[in-house]
Design a protein around this ligand. Structure first.
Ligand code: FES
Length: 164
């Protein structure tokens, strides 16, 4: 008889331990899903290229940051690839020296300023800084809306045929 009680007590404790373990696993999974992401992916700060390698006649695409990096005068700028019209990926066209959106034909100069098409403004920009190692860091959590149509801080007319 005392064996039966011990077995019953043993099974009861086993069930309780199992329920506690399932609860812990559930809590861990919830925390893992809901915790804030570290700041290294899109939405965080992403290292790109050396500041002295940023070109002033073209744009370098940085996939991890969804960004084009270029130099406008002394300033390094990071232009978000997302078209301000309906969000398609804007492509850099070396032939024309402009950004071109294949979806509805919006075009932007190398500074991301609106040139033509249905986009309501220029390309949006991410925050940029150069770290101690001379690498350009793009803060993809900080977005500045692109300038209104008609803004022209650089004088770079299309240099050739469009890519699209
Ligand atoms: S999404 Fe780029 S022009 Fe429409």
């Amino acid at each position: 008889m005392s064996d039966a009680i011990d077995r019953r007590e043993f099974l009861g404790r086993g069930w309780k331990a199992g329920i506690v373990m399932i609860g812990c696993a559930g809590a861990w999974t919830s925390w893992d899903l809901l915790r804030p992401l570290p700041g290294s992916g899109l939405g965080g700060i992403i290292e790109t290229i050396a500041a002295d390698e940023v070109p002033s006649d073209t744009a370098v695409y940085v996939r991890a940051a969804h960004t084009y990096v270029t130099r406008i005068g002394d300033e390094v700028v990071a232009l978000w690839q997302k078209c301000p019209h309906l969000g398609c990926r804007v492509a850099w066209c070396d032939n024309s020296g402009e950004f071109e959106c294949a979806c509805h034909g919006s075009r932007f100069n190398r500074a991301g300023e609106h040139r033509s098409g249905p986009a309501p403004r220029g390309m949006d920009r991410f925050g940029v800084r150069v770290n101690e190692q001379g690498i350009v860091e793009v803060d993809t959590g900080t977005v500045a809306k692109g300038p209104p149509p008609g803004t022209a801080t650089i004088e770079e007319p299309p240099r050739g045929e469009s890519c699209s």
